[in-house]
Design a protein around this ligand. Sequence first.
Ligand code: SAH
Length: 226
Amino acid sequence: MTVDYVLAREALVRSLRRGIRDERVLKAFGSVPREHFVPEHLRRYAYDDRAIPIGRDQTISQPLMVAIMTQALKLKGDEKVLEVGTGSGYQAALLSKLAREVVSVERLPDLAQAASRRLEEVGASNVRVHESGETLGRPENAPFDAIIVTAGAPRVPRSLLDQLALGGRLVVPVGDRRVQQLVRATKSDRGVSLEQLGECRFVPLIAEREGWPEREGSANGMQPAV
Ligand code: SAH
């Protein structure tokens, strides 16, 4: 069976419209080819509203959750954005349409390289993908106007709050290795305020101090998540 990706993409945007109000976010979903970011043998599922395995026990997240998180960043177009967890590169491609500059970090070198190549192929020239270093995020490029973490953390990572500009938003799943609450932290001169935006399921953020330990024999040792 062949799939008409253009029609499938339009249908996805129509279904996202039920929950997502930000027209710029919807437009970005209408213009980024998700099929380009999923493994070839799973392309026919590219526009289903579900997470899809991308290898190394990681997933490209469910479109609705990607849309909720992207909208929560409140981007207007002139921001410098950090993504932690490049994965397939799909989220970074969406961000490239919505912000001035995108820095994305990924801990698995092969995923980082594949994502970087895909982003180049779709012409996302304002995105830079880096293998993650010792500190979570990318302190050498801070401050960021918005930060999105696409893996689940045990708590709001302090080092990412440090990389946030005044007025900036950090969106991060916080919880246990399996289920999390989506949290938005907003930084102002009075401190950091936190909002809970609903339940989600992400693969774990792997980091020595502010994430989870890597499990032996698998990149994350858990069930597929969004
Ligand atoms: N945003 C991705 C999906 C992310 S899956 C997309 O659009 O496809 C989560 C990713 O976070 C995985 O690729 C995993 O390797 C990565 N990751 C986990 N811990 C990390 C860390 N400390 N720093 C950077 N990337 C991390």
